[in-house]
Design a protein around this ligand. Structure first.
Ligand code: GLA
Length: 500
């Protein structure tokens, strides 16, 4: 091949280098919301060695291994996500002046075929790293004196959320008893963004034609509205982030009438380490305060870098403590029952957030959803419903709006509950309430009915409480002796309120 090429070169001066893979290649997949999912493959070929980068919106891989050449090649890209390495593999070949490439989203999913075309050098390059500000303490915004309550689009709608859906959720919340029970925020998660206009202002995509009008609509229902962004150039779903535009975006949110921001790390991981998160979250904390509008600030960085130790100092009202929840018993309990040691960090205005509710999404039964609601209430966690509020069944609505359980969640002292006892799959958790009462949860994590007992002495009580109430049965209980025993359904809970 080599000698042939030389012959061609000598005889015809044919551009042999056309077969060189070097160049910036782009695949632009249009999405129904008018935005594009773009993949840039920026290659540099030297003989049989291919180096360069692969950028798929928020994923930015450096090519660390390659085989082959223009007739057929493979590339392995690597990127760091905190301390975890992510790898991606591409295979492809040059066909005319197009690069035919294929990859899998996950090792077990089908091969996605793409045709990349040449793009100008530098297009799609990952932005340069901006300097970080000196660390300081952002003033408290005075919001979220009790854990935020509302709804968020992600768990049910993910990328399908749009203006009509958000209006419908506001309609439902305002009329189905949730608003009266304390739910307040209607939060739009990722995928509302388009890009930036000539002045650098963030713009909405086709799904959200007029964010100000939507905010007015939600406010008109007596509710508040939330939005989502990232400190990185892109969000987790690959949409436009606030990187380098933090003040401008905060002003835009305020002008639209936004009351809540969820700020999600994802896209920033290519530029900054976990240890630098605090500075980036501080930038937006300052920017929100400077708007003068009360905007609740919710940090989402999956509990990395011990966020509970600094979340309040960047102006955060809540910070995620874990990875994403799914609508399964395993996911919900793995997250919920791992929060015990974080209790000291919850205070009025600043909450640990074990992620949003899955209640009503169909992956768990009603006993399991009662466990979800009870645990999140004992934990003083934000209560952000994640189901389609238009068709909430009466049973699910009863779980979401149980006032006695919500009163535990919203207790003004904000003491996050703790695990008091554990025996196999049975756990007792308790939370002290502002009037001196105790909320006590008896959890049965096993798959069969189990008797659970709680000794008053284990709860620090010298004598049996004068009043004991079952918050799911809405009934007062009789006390007998030094302990209380009850049969708890499989994956179920008995939630009690004990008062002197
Ligand atoms: C991350 C967050 C989720 C959701 C998605 C949106 O995974 O943890 O809660 O916001 O991003 O892309």
């Amino acid at each position: 091949m080599k000698s042939l090429c030389i012959v061609f070169l000598v005889l015809l001066a044919v551009p042999c280098f056309a077969a060189d893979l070097s160049g910036n290649w782009v695949v632009r997949d249009p999405l129904p919301d008018g935005t594009f999912r773009t993949t840039y493959v920026d290659l540099h070929q030297e003989g049989s060695r291919i180096t360069g980068t692969i950028r798929v919106t928020q994923f930015y891989f450096k090519i660390v291994e390659s085989t082959g050449g223009s007739e057929g090649f493979t590339l392995t890209g690597s990127m760091m996500d905190g301390t975890n390495e992510r790898r991606v593999k591409y295979e492809g070949k040059l066909v005319g002046d197009q690069l035919h490439v294929a990859t899998r989203r996950r090792p077990d999913t089908e091969l996605i075929q793409m045709v990349a075309r040449r793009a100008p050098p530098g297009e799609g390059a990952y932005p340069a790293r901006l300097p970080l500000p000196a660390i300081h303490r952002v003033a408290d915004n005075g919001l979220a004196k009790t854990p935020p309550m509302g709804w968020n689009s992600w768990n049910k709608f993910a990328g399908r959320v749009d203006d009509p859906a958000v209006r419908a959720m506001a309609d439902a919340m305002a009329s189905n008893g949730m608003k009266e029970a304390g739910y307040q925020y209607i939060n739009i998660d990722d995928t509302w963004e388009a890009g930036r206009d000539a002045q650098g202002n963030i713009t909405t995509n086709k799904k959200f034609p007029d964010m100000k009008a939507l905010a007015d609509y939600v406010h008109g229902k007596g509710l508040k509205i939330g939005i989502y962004s990232s400190p990185g150039p892109n969000t987790c779903a690959g949409y436009e982030g606030s990187y380098g535009h933090e003040q401008q975006d905060a002003k835009t949110y305020a002008a639209w009438g936004i009351d809540y921001l969820k700020y999600d790390w994802c896209g920033a991981r290519n530029l900054y380490t976990d240890q630098e998160m605090r500075a980036l979250y501080q930038v937006m904390g300052d920017a929100l305060l400077e708007t003068g509008r009360p905007i609740l600030y919710s940090l989402c960085q999956y509990g990395r870098a011990e966020v509970w130790k600094w979340g309040a100092n960047v102006g955060g009202n809540a910070w995620r403590t874990t990875g994403d929840i799914r609508d399964t018993w395993d996911s919900m309990t793995t997250i919920g029952f791992s929060q015990d040691e974080l209790a000291p960090w919850a205070t009025p205005g600043h909450w640990n957030d074990p992620d949003m509710l899955e209640i009503g999404n169909g992956g768990m039964n009603n006993d399991e959803y009662k466990t979800h609601m009870s645990l999140w209430s004992i934990l003083a966690a934000p209560l952000l419903a994640g189901n389609d509020l238009r068709n909430t069944t009466p049973a699910i609505l009863e779980i979401l709006t149980n006032r006695e359980v919500i009163a535990v969640n919203q207790d003004k002292d904000g003491n996050q509950g703790r695990r008091i006892a554990k025996s196999g799959d049975q756990e007792v958790w308790a939370r002290s309430l502002s009037d001196g009462a105790l909320a006590i949860a008896l959890f049965n994590r096993s798959g069969t009915l189990a008797k659970i007992s709680v000794k008053w002495s284990d709860l620090g009580l010298k004598s049996p409480p004068a009043h004991l109430r079952d918050l799911w049965a809405h009934s007062d209980l009789k006390l007998d002796g030094a302990e209380y025993s009850v049969a708890v359904p499989a994956h179920g809970v008995v939630l009690l309120r004990a008062a002197k």
